[in-house]
Ligand binder design. Structure first.
Ligand SMILES: Nc1ncnc2c1ncn2[C@@H]1O[C@H](COP(=O)(O)OP(=O)(O)O)[C@@H](O)[C@H]1O
Ligand SMILES: [Mg+2]
Length: 288
């Protein structure tokens, strides 16, 4: 039974003359981690908006087809109710700050206050969310005083605190340095192992290979590939995407005749270790 279902979804923004999304159908299983990849303008963000109900409730336009979040038709369910089912982190975390709250603590508490959650419980849940995303020291700061990376952590904490079963993350580490990315991806992985359903737009293919079991490829608004992440990543160049640095290293080594060319290219560190470790490295003993 799928927790999130998209059927023949097409969408045209109000101000636009072309379709942003074209006949997309896809369903997500509970507890799965799925990555969405594709070139700039492929409609990755637009699909995220539709998954979380911001289309049609916030972004106006012409929507055909349907999206069901935990059984609820997004068209017929108010956004205030949908956010308890599917939380979304926007590509630009700055856009997500309410502007109504003076401190990071209050900003994270905002959604729970709207739900009428008791004060003590709010305090406990917000503290836990701030801790989880490494913001415990920033609790009293203004959300607008934060760095881009911290605003990204704030956006993640603000949706985590609502405890939605589905999390839609649009480039959640784009503002973070490699260390911050490692921390946040580790937390996302933990949330996934706790059973949350995660859909994540991400450009860092090494992280996709590590976290996601499935990858969707969007191209000009159409879903052009959908499959197991290793299989999709090994074909990344077909869609003009980069390859993981593990695959690149292995391919270059093959092309230069440094290792024998056989089998599929590695996509993760573990696979790369096996790839290079198991292979006969040409030229060490029996070349010439
Ligand atoms: N608010 C908007 N109004 C009108 N057109 C938009 C809006 N947001 C995105 N688009 C258009 O929809 C298409 C898909 O954009 P987007 O979903 O942001 O792609 P991606 O996230 O893959 O880069 C693009 O052609 C973009 O210009
Ligand atoms: Mg985008």
């Amino acid at each position: 039974m799928s927790i999130l279902t998209v059927e023949s979804l097409s969408f045209k923004y109000l101000e636009s003359s072309t379709l942003a999304l074209k006949q997309v159908s896809v369903a997500f299983e509970p507890g799965s981690v799925t990555a969405i990849v594709g070139a700039n303008g492929a409609a990755k963000s637009t699909l995220c908006y539709a998954l979380a109900g911001f289309i049609p409730h916030f972004f106006k336009g012409e929507m055909r087809g349907s999206v069901h979040v935990n059984g609820a038709d997004t068209r017929e369910t108010p956004l205030a109710k949908l956010v308890t089912q599917a939380g979304m982190v926007f590509q630009n975390p700055f856009n997500q700050i309410s502007g109504a709250k003076l401190s990071v603590f209050e900003e994270v508490a905002f959604g729970l206050e709207n739900l009428g959650v008791p004060h003590d419980e709010i305090k406990a849940r917000v503290d836990r969310a701030l801790d989880l995303f490494g913001l415990e020291g920033a609790s009293d700061q203004s959300p607008f005083a934060l760095s881009g990376g911290q605003q990204q952590r704030l956006a993640l904490a603000s949706i985590f605190v609502m405890d939605p079963p589905i999390m839609v993350l649009d480039e959640p580490t784009s503002q973070l340095d490699p260390e911050g990315t490692r921390e946040v991806m580790g937390t996302i992985q933990k949330l996934a192992t706790q059973g949350r359903t995660i859909v994540m737009v991400e450009h860092k293919l090494e992280w996709i290979a590590r976290l996601a079991s499935r990858v969707l490829v969007l191209d000009h608004g159409a879903l052009v590939a959908d499959g197991e992440s290793g299989a999709i990543l090994s074909r990344a160049q077909e869609w003009g995407l980069n390859e993981t640095y593990y695959a690149r290293a292995a391919r270059l080594a093959q092309e230069r005749g440094l290792v024998s060319a056989a089998g599929s290219l590695p996509q993760t560190l573990e696979q790369a270790t096996r790839f290079f470790g198991n292979r006969h490295v040409v030229g060490t003993e029996n070349r010439n």
